[in-house]
Design a protein around this ligand. Structure first.
Ligand SMILES: Cc1cc2nc3c(=O)[nH]c(=O)nc-3n(C[C@H](O)[C@H](O)[C@H](O)COP(=O)(O)O)c2cc1C
Length: 381
């Protein structure tokens, strides 16, 4: 099956209406989520009020900001929007655990949604925290961000959480290059699920007026999130989903329903959103869920489970990649905008009253296909 064929198969044949309103409900480790879009640990989950706002904004469940034994001392400035992404130097919650226990978790529970409580970091800290937060949690999410690259402290923290409660424990991973190895070790170590990825870095961005880094951390470095890291997150989810059976929450650069659909295709069972919720407010969860629903409906899917791991299955069918023929042009769709012609590195595209692709010059690199906003170019794989 060629890619263009595959695309056609995903659309309803002419005259046939698919059922509308695909089912967005997901069950992850026995927890029912009305929809799979949740806030990620960060400013959108920074206290009880924000979590209630996320629920009002359409989130299907809640993840609370990571707390640790002591409140974080966050260097400032700690957040900046940069081109294509976002930098931060936030650590964990600056709110002391006592206030979370007295007020914030209780407020979050008022939403009536499943609550995943974020904790960090060392085994000792986890041992102290789990009994305290257990009454408020449907599951735990253990951040491994500051635990280092070695797997043993991560496994020790997981072991402590598993010993201290019978709640599902989800392990939140940074974008390690050996993600499969880590995912397998965590599954074997008893993790009930994975959450990937945390922000990427360290990274640097400079204020041209002062010459200083945008971030107020000691070294001026920050961690990248938002749209820029979506391909990295997708790669991590995809690689992990190929080697473990436990569910994965995909997080990193999800800005709309199509991004969420990509996460599912890569193998995710649920999606978390941080940067987009910081930038656009708590109504993004419901908006993303609605867009995901619209995507599923328009492609004839009845539930998110239909697309879960689709890329893994398609890749197994595809075998060795071969794209040999230059892109096909749909003249009806092509607006002759010239974007493809301008950026073709091989000078293979020209236009008069229609678009022409010189097959001799075309390297079948695919750039024009990816740039065409109207999907007027398709490549058979
Ligand atoms: C300002 C900020 C604070 C964050 N704080 C935490 C945190 O406390 N614990 C955690 O596990 N991840 C934290 N993250 C990481 C996010 O939960 C998420 O994994 C990452 O930003 C990628 O998702 P996004 O592209 O949707 O933002 C934070 C991210 C940002 C931008």
């Amino acid at each position: 099956m060629t890619l263009s064929n595959a695309r056609e198969c995903l659309h309803p044949p002419a005259g046939l209406e698919y059922p509308k309103m695909a089912d967005l409900k997901v069950n992850i480790c026995g927890i029912e989520f009305a929809n799979p879009i949740l806030p990620a640990a960060g400013p959108p989950s920074k206290d009880g009020e924000m979590l209630l706002a996320a629920a009002r904004g359409g989130a299907g469940g809640l993840v609370t900001k990571t707390i640790s034994v002591n409140p974080a001392e966050v260097p400032r400035p700690c957040m900046a929007e940069i081109r294509g992404g976002f930098l931060n130097t936030e650590l964990w919650s600056e709110i002391p655990k006592e206030r979370w226990l007295e007020t914030e978790y209780k407020l979050a529970r008022q939403a009536g949604l499943p609550v995943i409580v974020g904790l960090g970091y060392s085994a000792e800290q986890i041992r102290e925290l789990v009994p305290l937060v257990k009454p408020y949690a449907d599951a735990l999410e253990l951040s491994t961000h500051y635990v280092g690259r070695d797997i043993s402290p991560i496994l020790n923290a997981l072991g402590e959480a598993k010993n201290a409660c019978d709640l599902p424990v989800f392990m939140k991973l940074s974008p390690h290059s050996n993600i499969q190895e880590i995912a397998i070790a965590l599954e074997e170590g008893g993790a009930d699920g994975l959450v990937m990825i945390n922000s990427f870095g360290p990274c640097l961005s400079i204020d041209l007026e002062t010459g200083l880094p945008l971030m107020g951390s000691k070294d001026g470095f920050g961690w990248l999130s938002g749209a820029a890291i979506k391909p990295l997150a997708l790669r991590c989810v995809y690689q992990a989903a190929r080697v473990v059976k436990i569910p994965i929450f995909g997080v990193g650069g999800v800005c709309n329903g199509r991004d969420a659909a990509e996460m599912f295709m890569a193998g995710a069972s649920g999606v978390q959103v941080c940067t987009e919720a910081i930038l656009r407010g708590p109504n993004v969860y419901g908006k993303i869920a609605k867009e995901l629903n619209a995507f599923l409906d328009s492609h004839g899917y009845t539930s998110v489970n239909d697309i879960k791991g689709l890329t893994i299955r398609r890749m197994a069918e595809r075998g060795a990649p071969k794209a040999e023929n230059s892109p096909a042009v749909d003249d009806e769709r092509c607006s002759l905008c010239g974007q493809c012609e301008m950026s073709c590195p091989y000078g293979a595209i020209s236009k008069d009253d229609k678009l022409h692709i010189d097959e001799e010059k075309c390297f079948v690199c695919g750039l024009c296909v990816s740039r065409c906003k109207r999907s007027a170019l398709t490549l058979a794989q």
